[in-house]
Design a binder for this molecule. Structure first.
Ligand code: HEC
Ligand code: HEC
Length: 203
């Protein structure tokens, strides 16, 4: 598998650790079920990025599953946090939305699904640390505009649908500036209950 994923290394790093590119996400250590869902999503056109759609076209699920397991098992350090360009108030708003949400606007705390340390939960919920600001805001935008979808019920589409552009900027600024936690592995399935259902996270 190490040889097979060489095709991915220019964009995702030889160990799936990410590259200096300001957009490309790291892959290593994300939950295998999450990675598998994304590989299927690119193969089937549910997520859009032509080089990835092309690379994964026609690959069978058993192969994508092996690839996902392999990448999930790698454990290089997370990419370094971004130096925040936003002001203190924006960062404070981002922190509040991520850790507490905003009940008056139906925004749940991101930590209620992504975990109090934001490291995610197996099998389907990814951690949110080590991602580049451009990538985070593009993914939230893609859900808001329906160009990225996940297995139904698509809880992220509901969450993103309640965020404004200003919220997205604040959440992105705060998340991307967080240092890596000591234990970056996702917690096991069933460690906590989600506030509402996600099709990609069987409970
Ligand atoms: C030309 C650069 C490029 C190559 C080559 C490439 N990727 Fe990607 N990959 C991307 C980009 C960019 C994204 C994010 C696309 C988006 O949704 O905006 C991505 C997203 C992903 C994701 C989803 C990550 C997440 O956190 O949701 C996975 C999984 C992935 N790639 C796996 C692979 C694998 C496995 C290979 C090799 C077979 C590969 N990629 C090859 C650029 C690349
Ligand atoms: C009800 C549970 C739930 C809540 C609340 C939630 N998420 Fe998610 N999130 C998910 C799931 C499930 C996925 C994986 C979806 C998939 O398979 O594509 C996800 C994926 C993501 C991703 C994609 C990561 C990547 O590597 O591409 C981002 C970014 C994200 N969430 C941000 C947020 C933010 C910001 C908040 C708070 C405003 C939030 N989430 C709240 C369940 C949730």
């Amino acid at each position: 598998m190490a040889e097979r994923v060489l095709a991915c290394a220019p964009c995702h790093g030889a160990q799936g650790e990410g590259t200096r590119d300001p957009y490309f996400p790291h892959l290593a250590g994300k939950p295998a079920g999450y990675l598998f869902n994304q590989l299927v999503a690119f193969r089937n056109g549910r997520r859009h990025y032509p080089p990835m759609n092309y690379l994964l076209a026609y690959l069978p699920e058993a192969y994508l599953n092996e690839m996902a397991e392999y990448l999930a098992g790698l454990n290089p350090p997370l990419p370094p946090p971004a130096v925040p360009t936003a002001g203190k108030e924006v960062l404070a708003t981002g922190q509040r939305l991520v850790t507490q949400g905003d009940a008056s606007r139906n925004i749940p705390a991101c930590t209620s699904c992504h975990g109090s340390n934001l490291t995610g939960m197996e099998p389907g919920i990814p951690g949110l640390l080590g991602l580049k600001p451009n990538y985070i805001s593009a993914q939230l935008g893609a859900w808001r505009y329906g160009t990225r979808t996940a297995l139904a019920p698509d809880c992220m589409q509901v969450v993103a649908g309640h965020l404004t552009e200003v919220d997205v900027a604040a959440v992105t600024a705060w998340l991307s500036s967080r240092p890596a936690p000591e234990e970056r592995r996702s917690v096991p399935r069933g460690t906590y209950a989600l506030p509402f259902a996600c099709g990609s996270q069987p409970q």
